[in-house]
Design a protein around this ligand. Structure first.
Ligand SMILES: [Fe+2]
Ligand SMILES: [Fe+2]
Length: 197
């Protein structure tokens, strides 16, 4: 049996029936997001970029440290995904992760992920010709200290080859719980309506 598909060639020709078909795909597509995220995270496996541990191990170590320090699930998932943008966004990797996480997390956790790049620079920017104190521009921001804490407690120290991190499988259920339904989205009402249909 072939899958039912909308019939328009341009959206100007779209009908209620077409959009009913498309809306019916929303929930399964949303439900599959955690799987796509995990698959993308695996692209960091074996990618060292000169660092002592590869990018996937760095993410696992960051998330494991946050988890063992008693951080909640949302925070741990942010820690796990904070460098997922390294592959597609090497010039703005923090923005990529922040954008992926934004519909699912608090404003504070989103801010931490979005700004962790410049805050992490405190530990090395002066070695590569950049301003180590770039984070100072945010000193009056309410989440300034939270971002310092993330980088200091979990991120800058997660290059330890001897640290025993939890495996990726340990975090998969957390990603599934957090990222199967957005808290805020342009398409939120359409998703709720398609669930109810
Ligand atoms: Fe980063
Ligand atoms: Fe990192």
């Amino acid at each position: 049996m072939t899958e039912q598909q909308a019939q328009f060639k341009a959206m100007t020709e779209g009908t209620a029936g077409d959009w009913q078909i498309i809306a019916g795909h929303m929930r399964p597509f949303m439900n599959a997001l955690p799987g796509r995220i995990i698959e993308h995270l695996k692209l960091l496996d074996g990618d060292y970029g000169g660092y002592p541990v590869d990018r996937l191990q760095h993410c696992l170590q960051t998330a494991t440290r946050a988890h063992r320090d008693g951080r909640d699930e949302e925070y741990v998932v942010c820690a796990l995904l904070h460098d997922i943008g390294d592959t597609l966004g090497p010039s703005n990797h923090a923005d990529v992760a922040a954008t992926l996480l934004e519909p699912y997390v608090s404003e504070e956790n989103h801010w931490i992920v979005k700004h962790h790049g410049i805050f992490q620079g405190y530990y090395f920017f002066h070695y590569v010709g950049l301003d180590q104190h770039g984070r100072d521009a945010f000193v009056d921001h309410p989440h300034y200290q939270a971002c310092i804490d993330f980088c200091h407690l979990y991120d800058q120290n997660s290059f330890d080859v001897d640290y025993e991190s939890e495996p990726l499988e340990f975090f998969v259920p957390m990603v599934e719980r957090l990222m199967s339904t957005p808290k805020k989205s342009l398409y939120q009402k359409a998703l709720v309506d398609s669930d109810a249909a």
